[in-house]
Design a protein around this ligand. Sequence first.
Ligand code: ATP
Ligand code: MG
Length: 295
Amino acid sequence: MITTVMNLDTLSGAPPRTDAGLRPTADTQAGTAANPPGILLEARGLRKSFGGVRAVRGISLAIPADGVFALIGPNGAGKSTMMNLLSGAYQPNEGEILFNGRNLVGTPAYARARLGIARTFQSIRLFKQLSVAENVMAGFYVHRDVPWWQYVFPGRRARQNTADCRRETLELLQLVGLDALAARRAGTLAYGQQRMLEIARAMATQPRLLLLDEPAAGLNSTEVQFLLELIGKLRRRGVTVVVVEHNMDLVMTVADHVFVMDHGEYLFQGKPHEVQTDEGVIAAYLGGQRKEAAA
Ligand SMILES: Nc1ncnc2c1ncn2[C@@H]1O[C@H](COP(=O)(O)OP(=O)(O)OP(=O)(O)O)[C@@H](O)[C@H]1O
Ligand SMILES: [Mg+2]
């Protein structure tokens, strides 16, 4: 169990958090770092290089507190790097990230997860030897306030915690359509099911902000439709969703706001219909042939 908890911390784990639990930074107290009203996360001037590759070149964006924010762009545009910067997998070379009025730069991924930022990965990362239910339960265990010794010598709190986790795990598996497969080993699931399990595990951390990196990749049309409905359900639960996607039908259907990157730089942002008709976007992406995966 200890191994599981530590691994999940690295992946996306998180506690149940409340906005009241977020401590403002000194900057915030001075009034210089507060997010504008209605903005959950704001990035200012983010830069990230890998050796000579300038993956993100001065990106600033503001993610509204409600709804679905899509991040699109051609292969190699820097979308996954942005997700890694927002989730804390990478630290930026320059720039600030303000989340609920707190500057996250320097805050590691596990601590951001505890503040309410969860994610899934472009390349699926599950505990493949664990069951479907255990993958989700691992998310809950990360933030339960039960002394470790109660798991060794089961006490009332640990027993209650386990019962709560089982109940909530089942509820999340129902949400993603995997409840009938709870006992299956995660590694034996079909590809689309594994993507759904990643979302359930991220949701187990009770996020305020959920980052989905190409959740529709490899899904068939029925699964994409299910994903669309699932994202709708997540937003109705009050989760703000950032989705990186190449599936434009999905983006145009589900997104409230679309942000376009190209070559690590800002290209355009607006409502889906505005993005669809922008000549710069069409030239860079929508009208062009998708290049082979660069990352
Ligand atoms: N860890 C890394 N080390 C070195 N280069 C990297 C690393 N991560 C990303 N890059 C490079 O940074 C650039 C942006 O990559 P990134 O994965 O962010 O693009 P992307 O928009 O997510 O592309 P895709 O649509 O293919 O997933 C690419 O040139 C990529 O090769
Ligand atoms: Mg990517």
